[in-house]
Each structure stands twice: as structure tokens, then as C-alpha cells.
Design a protein around this ligand. Structure first.
Ligand code: SF4
Ligand code: SF4
Length: 423
């Protein structure tokens, strides 16, 4: 759970956050550092600095990765300060039309569905020469993933029975990416959990976790309320996420956000007599990322012994997996011990890929430098598979690959599920 927001005056200016910051590592300018951002925020709060496009630009040069907070010996939660500041910048200066549209779409499930439908039509109708030519950030339009034929949650039952003896029930928060883009992740996650003996419950009324809205200073209260109601309605042993950014919302952000919005925007209703703040705490305590869950149950997985050895396999550890779930050592151990996998770590496995929500689109020049380094390392080990458990990293990684190569970017669950012994 998020630590309480420590005052900015606690910053001793030691500079430890600089060496952890992927943006500072590229730009090597003090004004791009987490330390400088905090000083700018402090000056703004003390009314010695006015809002301006330059201030907004400096604050936005951030992947919201949380690495600075992990490195900070003073316990400052940069993340919370940055989100508050982004909100103030948007209130005083507004937002670009592209980001405004994104916020509009993601703030209601019906709009997300409409946006996905329009995008699917666009993918079908856009001529190849046009899709080759135009880019979002550094990614050619035709290297974005194809949308799922049908939203994933519509293709599966709300409750899916386990294989064999039931060990318990798990609620699966699929997030938007699995629902609309990466159904292979959803199919594999369900396959692994039921193989392990768990009943899987997929609440149909879940929606976007709200993190993209929070990152852009927009209110995510409605998304949070919808998800708290959807998740709390089911009695379960755990809540599984296949995206650690969604997981960070459920685990870290909702308890903080519900406290902040208690007085003002929060609806008066309680859930089944339970105070919503308690529901948010329960959700936070039960949320686990799928790879940590599989790592804890690795010995119960039964593999098809005829599965050919896959590899070399490289892994990219997303920021929220490292900083929020601290799962990287567990994932390394898991991949190293899978009998069918030739896991070949790259030295920069934990370096940011430059995806960062919409960072790859807003700051393509910085994102390109980060990605080029990663591509160099993944090519140096001749990787055949490049795995990651964040859908934005997956979009960014596959979008930047040389199309003539044969590296496949996948969520680890799809390789694991593919190797399981089927009845
Ligand atoms: S690590 Fe913490 S205390 Fe040190 S400069 Fe960064 S924010 Fe300040
Ligand atoms: S959140 Fe990440 S990118 Fe942003 S200042 Fe901190 S370390 Fe740098």
C-alpha cells in the first residue's frame, strides 16, 4: 500500500533518485531529474513559481515509473506528488486534444467499447501504404496490435470451473489491454489458473483501472468506484492481474484515492453494508500479479514433456512489476526453472523501455534512446522471444522491432500455458 505522502521539505537533495531515473539517465540534465521536479513543485506550492507551459513540460517528462521513490532514503512518494502536480497543471493550462480524447474514452466502459470498435474499423479500412507511413511516437501504425475480434470478457463465462479438485476462487481483473488487444494473455491466464485448481471469476462490469487518467491529472473516481463494486461483490481468495500497472492501481492507488475523495466526490453509497474504504483495503490486500502467483505455485504445474525447448528467451521487467510488486527476482527464478525455456537474461532487463503510458507518444525522442539500447541487448543475445508482463511495454517493444526479424514479443503466460499438459 502507498506510504503516506511525505512533505517535499523532507528532500535532502542527496541525488540518489537521479541514478534511478530513466529520463535523467538519457537527458543528463538536472531539470529533468526527480529532485528538480520536486523543487519545482515546492516552488509552485509556495507561490514563488507560476504555472506555465514550460513547467508543465518539465513535469510531464516522466514515465511515472516510481523508481525515484524506491531509491529515496527520505521516504518521499514522488508518484503522489507528481500526480497532484499534473492535476494542477491540467486545471490551469488544459490538455492537448489527443490526450483529452483518450481521457474521454477511458472514463466510461461504453466509450472504451465505442473507441475500440472505431479503432478496429480503422485497422480494417486504412490502406497499407498509409499505415506504413504514419506513426504514433516512433511506432508505425501497422505495428500496433490488431484488436481482438470480440472483447475478451464477452467470449468467456463469468465463472470458469477448475480442472480437477477445487483449491479456491480467484477474481481475474483483465484490464482493457487483455479485453481489447491481447486475448492470448486472457486465455492463457485462465488456462493456467484452472490447471492449478482454481475457479476463475471474471466480473463483467469491471472497467479501465483509471491509471491512464490519474497520470494525466484527470479524475479516476468513477472508474475506481465501478471496479471496487465489481471486485468486492465476489468472495475470493485473491485478485489476479495480468498487467502490473492495473495491479498498482488496485493495490496502491485505490486506497489512497478513496481517502482523498471521501469528502468531495465520493458517492454516499456503501457496498453491501461494507464501507467502501474497507472494500478498497481488502482489494489492495488480495491483489497479486499473475507471474508472482505462478511462481508461488510452480511446483503444481504439469508440463507436456514433448514441448520443444523455446529460446533464447529474454525478459523485460516493467516498472510497476519492479517497483510496485517487486516481482522481478521471482519472475527470473520462475523463467530459469521452467523446463522448456532457455531463459537468457539481458543486462538491461530492468531498464525502462520508454513506453510509460503515453510517454512514447509524447516524448518520442527520449523513448527512442531508451528503446534503442534495449533492442541492442535483445539482439545481442539472439532472442527468439522477448517477454513482458505490461501491455504498454509489449506495444512499445513489438512496435519498435525491425519487422524483418523474427523476435516474438509475448506475455510470459502464453508460453507457460502453451507448454502445460492438456487433458
Ligand atoms: S532521493 Fe529523495 S531525498 Fe534524495 S534528492 Fe531524491 S527526492 Fe530528495
Ligand atoms: S517516476 Fe520514473 S521517470 Fe519519473 S522522475 Fe521518477 S524515476 Fe524519473
Amino acid at each position: 500500500m502507498n506510504p503516506p505522502i511525505k512533505p517535499l521539505k523532507n528532500c535532502g537533495k542527496c541525488g540518489l533518485c537521479l541514478t534511478a531515473c530513466p529520463v535523467y539517465k538519457v537527458l543528463k540534465e538536472e531539470q529533468a531529474s526527480p529532485r528538480a521536479k520536486l523543487q519545482l513543485i515546492k516552488a509552485f506550492e509556495n507561490n514563488t513559481l507560476e504555472s506555465s507551459p514550460l513547467l508543465k513540460e518539465l513535469v510531464s517528462k516522466c514515465l511515472m515509473c516510481g523508481s525515484c521513490a524506491v531509491a529515496c532514503p527520505s521516504g518521499i512518494n514522488h508518484y503522489e506528488h507528481f500526480m497532484d502536480m499534473r492535476q494542477k497543471m491540467v486545471e490551469s493550462l488544459g490538455e492537448t486534444p489527443a490526450i483529452k480524447s483518450l481521457i474521454f474514452l477511458l472514463s466510461k466502459e461504453s466509450r472504451i467499447r465505442m473507441g475500440a470498435g472505431m479503432a478496429k474499423l480503422g485497422q480494417t479500412l486504412t490502406p497499407k501504404w498509409l499505415a506504413d507511413k504514419y506513426r504514433l511516437g516512433n511506432i508505425p501504425i501497422n505495428q500496433f496490435p490488431r484488436l481482438n475480434p470480440t472483447p475478451f470478457r464477452k467470449t468467456v463465462a463469468t465463472t470458469i470451473s477448475p480442472k480437477g479438485l477445487k483449491k479456491g476462487s480467484l477474481v481475474y481483473f483483465t484490464g482493457c489491454a487483455t479485453n481489447f488487444l491481447y486475448e492470448d494473455t486472457g486465455i492463457s491466464t485462465i488456462g493456467i489458473l484452472t490447471h492449478l485448481g482454481y475457479e476463475v471469476i471474471i466480473p463483467k462490469d469491471q472497467t479501465c483501472c483509471g491509471i491512464p487518467l490519474m497520470f494525466h491529472g484527470a479524475p479516476a473516481v468513477e472508474n475506481m468506484m465501478t471496479n471496487i463494486q465489481a471486485l468486492c461483490a465476489h468472495d475470493c481468495h485473491g485478485i489476479i492481474v495480468d498487467c502490473t500497472t492495473c495491479g498498482a492501481a488496485l493495490k496502491d492507488e485505490y486506497p489512497a484515492l478513496i481517502r482523498k475523495t471521501k469528502e468531495k466526490d465520493r458517492p454516499a453509497t456503501e457496498h453491501n453494508g461494507e464501507v467502501l474504504e474497507d472494500c478498497a483495503q481488502k482489494i489492495a490486500a488480495k491483489t497479486t500479479d499473475i507471474l508472482s502467483f505462478i511462481a508461488a505455485h510452480r511446483k503444481d504445474l504439469v508440463f507436456d514433456e514433448t514441448t520443444p525447448k523455446l529460446g533464447p528467451v529474454a525478459y523485460h521487467a516493467p516498472c510497476h512489476s519492479r517497483n510496485s510488486f517487486k516481482s522481478q527476482p521471482l519472475v527470473q527464478d520462475l523463467l530459469r526453472n521452467l523446463p522448456f525455456m532457455d531463459y537468457t537474461p539481458t543486462p538491461d532487463e530492468a531498464e525502462c523501455c520508454g513506453g510509460g503510458g503515453t510517454f512514447f507518444y509524447e516524448h518520442p525522442d527520449i523513448a527512442k534512446i531508451m528503446m534503442d539500447k534495449k533492442l541492442w541487448h535483445v539482439n545481442a543475445v539472439n532472442a527468439r522471444y522477448w517477454l513482458t508482463d505490461c501491455p504498454v511495454c509489449r506495444i512499445n517493444m513489438s512496435g519498435n522491432l525491425d519487422k524483418s526479424g523474427d523476435i516474438q514479443v509475448r506475455h510470459p503466460v502464453s508460453l507457460i500455458y502453451g507448454a502445460l499438459k492438456k487433458p
